[in-house]
Structures are given as structure tokens and as C-alpha cells.
Ligand binder design. Structure first.
Ligand SMILES: Nc1nc2c(ncn2[C@@H]2O[C@H](COP(=O)(O)OP(=O)(O)OP(=O)(O)O)[C@@H](O)[C@H]2O)c(=O)[nH]1
Ligand SMILES: [Mg+2]
Length: 226
């Protein structure tokens, strides 16, 4: 193949390497499985060492993009391999669980470790997972905004369970890394349908009455995003 043909193909395919870090149980593997296979499991299966995933997709009207994602187990913190996993990363995602304050506090510890291991930070983002259980939130959005702005991190909130925000988070980061401006159409096409569970009609759902009393509604189905 001539050089010019080779260059032509290189123009058609862009490769992006993403590394995901964060405390154990925050949902790193779940985020990747939602993004790559559109699947979710409620069972926890600890990642030992690191796993590697690939997703290829045509970037809206432009290139074929091949995204390699390294899923680093939470127990790899300070592990001797962490530097190898981070090698040549284009984007690093620091992940926390919005219902687990300690997992957010540890993001800064992971960030310090990254700074120790890399001479120069690549593009970085902080991602809060499990927004389907917003009612159990223990991390204040304002604290995340301050941290992200001080550290110059992109910030997203997602649910790997329902898929909310997942495609958009990856699309925005990849587009920003490749310096491709996104149109509103591009973003809308990436939005996944959020799946909600239907509770059976027998479920006792409290209905707030004006007189400070709760009555239990047993007659209608309720769509609940859990
Ligand atoms: N409600 C809810 N649960 C989630 C979500 N994402 C992950 N989980 C659950 O959280 C648990 C941990 O998810 P994992 O993806 O295995 O976590 P991890 O960060 O890869 O953990 P390590 O491999 O130990 O580092 C599992 O039981 C998941 O089902 C989410 O968006 N919402
Ligand atoms: Mg894992």
C-alpha cells in the first residue's frame, strides 16, 4: 500500500484510548458495559487487575472511531501496574458514586496518583454514577462543580443502570478530544431511551393529600425510575 493510501485510511479511522479509574463498586465496569453492549447487571463482579473493551462507531458523518477503554479495578490503586494502564491515555475518567461520599472524596486521591505517574495530564473528566437513585444522593452537586472547576475537569452525571447520560458523556469527551464540534442533532441522536420499571398495580404507593395525610393508592400502575 502506498503512503498516500495509508494516510487516507488513517484519516478515516480515529483511535481514542480512555482509562476509567475510581473506588471499587462505583460502577466502572457497569458504565463500560452499558456503553459498549447496552447491558446492565445488578450483581457485583469485582474487576481484578484491569479489563479492556473496544467500541467502534461512525462519528456522526465524519470518521470511524475506535474507542479502547481500560477498566481498572478499584483495588489497583497504588498497584504497580497503574502506570502501564495509564500509558498513552487520551482521556481519563475519574468516577464516583453519587450515593457514596467517600467515593467522591477518593477522586482527589486518584487524581494525585495520576499526577504522580504522568508528566502531563490528558483530557480528564469526573463522572458521578447511579443518578437513578438520586434520592440516596450524599455527594453535593456544588462540591463536585467546585472540584471540577478547580481541577479543570469535564463533569457528567450518569446512570449505568438506566443508561441516562452515558452515550452523551462519551460522545462529548471523544468529540472534544478529536476537536469536532457537535451539533444539537449529533447529541440528540446519541441520547438513549431511559428504561423505567413498571411497578405492579398492587404496589402500595403513598399519595400526598392536602391535609398532611398520606393515603395509599392501590389502583393504578406507576412508572418508577429506580
Ligand atoms: N443503582 C445503580 N447501581 C449500579 C449502577 N452502576 C452500577 N451499579 C451497581 O453497583 C455495583 C458495582 O458495579 P461495578 O460496575 O461492578 O463496579 P466497579 O466500579 O467496576 O467495581 P470494581 O471492579 O471493584 O472496581 C453492582 O452491583 C452494579 O449493579 C447504577 O447506575 N445504578
Ligand atoms: Mg469493575
Amino acid at each position: 500500500m502506498s503512503d498516500s493510501e495509508d494516510d487516507g485510511n488513517a484519516e478515516m479511522e480515529k483511535q481514542v484510548k480512555i482509562v476509567i479509574l475510581g473506588e471499587t463498586n462505583v460502577g466502572k465496569t457497569s458504565l463500560i458495559k452499558r456503553y459498549c453492549f447496552d447491558e446492565f447487571s445488578r450483581y457485583y463482579n469485582q474487576t481484578v487487575g484491569a479489563d479492556f473493551f473496544l467500541r467502534r462507531f461512525p462519528f456522526p458523518g465524519r470518521y470511524e472511531v475506535s474507542v479502547r477503554i481500560s477498566d481498572v479495578g478499584g483495588f489497583e490503586f497504588k498497584g504497580s501496574m497503574l502506570g502501564n494502564y495509564l500509558f498513552n491515555a487520551d482521556i481519563i475518567i475519574l468516577m464516583y458514586d453519587i450515593t457514596n461520599l467517600a467515593s467522591f472524596e477518593y477522586v482527589s486521591v486518584w487524581l494525585k496518583e495520576v499526577d504522580k505517574l504522568l508528566e502531563k495530564r490528558p483530557m480528564m473528566a469526573i463522572v458521578g454514577n447511579k443518578c437513578d437513585v438520586e434520592h440516596h444522593r450524599s455527594v453535593k452537586p456544588l462540591d463536585v462543580r467546585c472540584f471540577a472547576s478547580n481541577q479543570k475537569l469535564h463533569s457528567f452525571v450518569v446512570s449505568s443502570k438506566t443508561g441516562e447520560g452515558v452515550n452523551n458523556c462519551f460522545l462529548e469527551l471523544i468529540a472534544s478530544h478529536l476537536r469536532i464540534p457537535l451539533t444539537r442533532n449529533d447529541k440528540e441522536r446519541q441520547q438513549s431511551i431511559v428504561k423505567a420499571e413498571i411497578m405492579p398495580p398492587s404496589a402500595r404507593v403513598p399519595v400526598r393529600l392536602g391535609n398532611n395525610e398520606d393515603r395509599y393508592n392501590t389502583s393504578s400502575s406507576v412508572c418508577s425510575i429506580q
